[in-house]
Design a protein around this ligand. Sequence first.
Ligand SMILES: Nc1ncnc2c1ncn2[C@@H]1O[C@H](COP(=O)(O)OP(=O)(O)OP(=O)(O)O)[C@@H](O)[C@H]1O
Ligand SMILES: [Mg+2]
Length: 246
Amino acid sequence: MNSAAGGKETLMKTIIRATDIHKEYKLGKNNFVHALRGASLEIKEGEMTAIIGPSGSGKSTLMHIVGVLDRPDRGEVWLLGERVDNLPKNRLPKLRAAKLGFIFQGYNLVSTLTAMENVALAAEYAGHSRRESLEMAETKLSDVGLADRTRHLPTELSGGQQQRVSIARALVNNPKVVLGDEPTGNLDTVTSNEIIEMMQEINQTTGTTFILVTHDQEVAKVCDRVIHMRDGVVLDEGESIATSPS
Ligand SMILES: Nc1ncnc2c1ncn2[C@@H]1O[C@H](COP(=O)(O)OP(=O)(O)OP(=O)(O)O)[C@@H](O)[C@H]1O
Ligand SMILES: [Mg+2]
């Protein structure tokens, strides 16, 4: 069981396993991009992991497959002990809403909805009533420091505030895993540091697992693990150290 030290490293349950993932995108009749060529990944519960690698190495593609936003051509994805890569399409929205949260570089908020409505929408997808969802949204927005911005539209918020709304949306259903694709990519250094601190605090206080695709060294610095990708595969941790620049 957990030691008195109680660190994350004592909770080593695997929460996500992706094995030998292949993905090709079809560009033209006989033109394919082999985005993933046997990528494998294992994430432990409570870990905060950064995925880094050159542009085009397959980071977003892998994140989309792990987040069941897209299907692999080959390979398996297991989430919380359940195989999810081959589930029928109609089960995916509910699965995503209940188990996963997403944070994107461009925030992906619905421009015609207020902050509170954007967050509530995610709770409704998970099966909560409209009223319940709005209450949950208000609480989460207050948790991310936006109690006084709940009725603002995305265009009436700064980039950092919009990213907080998207963090509230990612967390509204208390997911086990939050997936981020360049969550600080559009933010200035100061705002970006606030967002990083916020994610780290959530990870530490709630044990939510974070997987963050990033170019940002400051994000990688606060993570427990840094995974390197190159040419559609995940490098071994030893290999990545050996081949990393600097
Ligand atoms: N929808 C798509 N259709 C065709 N090709 C795609 C598509 N999405 C990605 N690709 C290609 O797949 C490869 C991997 O792309 P991916 O977006 O996963 O890279 P990435 O590591 O996230 O890069 P970046 O750091 O620039 O975001 C690239 O060669 C890209 O051009
Ligand atoms: Mg990408």
